[in-house]
Design a protein around this ligand. Structure first.
Ligand SMILES: Cc1cc2nc3c(=O)[nH]c(=O)nc-3n(C[C@H](O)[C@H](O)[C@H](O)COP(=O)(O)O)c2cc1C
Length: 583
């Protein structure tokens, strides 16, 4: 199919595109290094039902390049100009790779010109290593070092379909204009986060599709895009990056399904937009509680008032914002006594409190004449008070203040900072959280005892408890864990027994230990210690440990009925959850 050329409004130059079929418009935008011909399987299949327009991206095929340094929004503006020149009206828009980034931008900026959007092998908020890799590739390409073999290796496997597609793709790559390629690649490398925060406003049906083995436009990214969009769906197909060529039939089926999805009420404005909520109807208390479920750290934000006196307040609204430039933010209530001083201050410090600093948090959250009287602090390199013993601190210059409802957002540029190994203090649902201290207490504190409830033909292996009574074989768990302790118990009994399932877990507060009892089925043979005994009422009387006796009374009943449950609780109360139903 021949391509057609059309002159766009200034400054965009020429647009070349392929066109086929009639019906609702379906616009296709390829990825960096490709051209409109790369959509040939889709043009062929989907032009039976749609007016397909496959565009050459700027600097690719016959379309004029954008100026060097152009970014993703410039490509979105180009697409807008292209559709205006083509006179399409609202379109279905499918983009592949860089084309998917352009399509998202178009969906965000021009919702009224969009019926549906499909993102094939798109990228979404790359992780740092992937971002570093793509940035360094973009830099090499800018320098004119275009390596075509590496992407081909990444994109294609050894199957016949892959090898056929590889040949086609290699041909298109070798024809690409180096300048257009470099500009588009740079925009692609920088554009994965440009519109990522705005998926929530995309009101039309959205499809995020990728290959299950695409290492850069991953299934997780497709999933995240579909989840972020109110009408998003995800499809993961076999293949890598060029699924439109290597899994053409599956892609065509997915696109056909997507094109059949009805437009949403939110698009046609029959209903409120999906994300809009009537805030006046919300219960502020319930909202505050809901916000409070988000677990945070705790900080003390410090500065000086106009007289040079130190000021500070406790805040958990701290967020790191940007690495380059290094920005952080914190939200300050408009009602704060320090509002004037903080919003006019040349800077502030954020002190990330350590687990042992709950008292400091309380001091800076309650009214007090001199909050600094009870803490050790010094003046930070940029001038704000820095508290000692914290997990970290950031001494910032004021970057910007942004009024936001009943708070003002203080955005600080980090001028100096330091960190320590002290675990940070947590805060959730209005209470402090100190996981490191708890873990340490657990490790130092409670003993864990494992017992083996070895059963054979309705009888249980009982051993002498050393005080004239009976008990189950049991031992304290060492470093190697509960399973190892159970194996040792079985070995010591001289029996061959299969560890079954956990029969009971309880805290024995009286003896200060946690107890786990495993039910085990024993094969034939005489035990080295103890003997198999029926759990009659008189035998149960000989079990001196009350918690164990209660457990064995339950076992006697359950084994009689063949209906077991697992007990969770302490030595006095708890509950039994059924796990096996006997016939
Ligand atoms: C854990 C915790 C987190 C808090 N987070 C914030 C916050 O992010 N922003 C805020 O304005 N107040 C926050 N507060 C409340 C202030 O610390 C409190 O209102 C303080 O008295 C304000 O002091 P000021 O009126 O002297 O400025 C928090 C309190 C606690 C206990």
């Amino acid at each position: 199919m021949m391509s057609t050329t059309l002159q766009l409004s200034d400054p965009f130059g020429a647009l070349s595109y392929r066109e086929a079929g009639s019906g609702e418009p379906l616009v296709l935008i390829h990825g960096v290094g490709m051209q409109s011909a790369a959509w040939h399987p889709q043009i062929e299949a989907l032009s039976r039902s749609h007016h397909v327009l496959a565009l050459d991206m700027p600097g690719h095929g016959g379309t004029s390049a954008l100026p060097r340094g152009s970014d993703l929004p410039d490509y979105v503006a180009w697409l807008h100009a292209a559709l205006a020149a083509l006179g399409t009206g609202p379109v279905n828009l499918a983009g592949h790779s860089m084309g998917a980034l352009i399509a998202v931008g178009f969906a965000v900026e021009h919702p009224d010109l969009l019926r549906r959007v499909a993102l094939l092998n798109g990228v979404f908020r790359r992780e740092a290593p992937a971002r570093a890799a793509v940035t360094s590739r973009a830099e090499e390409i800018q320098k004119g070092q275009i390596d075509l073999e590496t992407p081909l290796k990444r994109w294609f496997g050894s199957s016949a379909a892959d090898q056929k597609a590889r040949q086609e793709v290699a041909g298109w790559l070798s024809e690409v204009d180096p300048g257009g390629y470099a500009t588009a690649y740079r925009a692609f490398a920088r554009g994965d986060a440009t519109y990522a925060g705005r998926f929530g406003g995309i009101a039309c049906p959205l499809l995020a599709l990728t290959g299950e083995d695409d290492p850069n436009s991953t299934p997780a990214m497709a999933q995240a895009m579909a989840e972020a969009a109110p009408y998003g769906k995800v499809e993961i197909l076999p293949g890598r990056h060029m699924v439109n060529l290597t899994a053409a039939n599956a892609v065509n089926t997915s696109l056909t399904r997507w094109l059949a999805r009805p437009e949403t009420a939110a698009q046609t404005n029959q209903e409120a937009k999906p994300m809009a909520k009537d805030m006046s109807a919300l219960d502020p208390r319930a909202l505050r509680d809901a916000f409070g479920t988000f677990m945070t750290g705790v900080t003390v934000v410090t500065s000086h008032d106009v007289d040079g006196a130190p000021i500070g307040f406790t805040a958990n609204s701290f967020t790191s914002v940007s690495l380059d430039p290094p920005l952080v933010l914190v939200c300050l209530a408009n009602s704060s006594r320090n509002y004037e001083a903080l919003t006019k201050a040349p800077g502030f410090a954020v002190n990330i409190l350590a687990e042992h600093q709950k008292d400091i948090s309380n001091t800076f959250a309650r009214p007090s004449e001199d909050r600094f009287a009870k803490v050790d602090w010094y003046t930070g390199p940029h001038g704000a008070p820095v508290l000692t013993g914290t997990s970290a601190w950031f001494d910032c210059s004021m970057h910007k203040t942004v009024p936001a409802g009943d708070h003002v957002i203080l955005i600080g540029k980090v001028e100096a900072f330091d960190t320590s190994t002290a675990p940070g203090l947590g805060y959730a649902r209005g209470a402090y959280v100190t996981p490191a201290a708890e873990a340490e207490a657990l490790a130092k504190g409670a003993k864990l005892v494992v017992s083996a409830l070895v059963e054979r033909s309705g009888e249980v292996l009982l051993v002498d408890d050393g005080n004239g009574g009976l008990t189950l074989p049991q031992m304290e768990v060492g470093k190697s864990g509960a399973s190892a302790a159970l194996s040792q118990l079985i070995e010591t009994s001289g029996l061959s027994a299969d560890p079954g399932f956990i029969y009971s877990v309880f805290e024995d507060a009286a003896r200060e230990h946690q107890h786990i009892s495993f039910l085990c089925q024993a094969a034939e043979g005489a035990p080295k210690q103890g003997c198999f005994t029926a759990l009659t009422p008189s035998t149960l009387m000989d079990i001196a440990d009350p918690a164990m006796r209660i457990m064995l009374e339950r076992f006697a009943k359950e084994s009689h009925m063949g209906n077991y449950g697992v007990y969770f609780g302490n030595q006095i109360s708890g509950n039994v959850r059924k796990i096996v139903s006997g016939s």
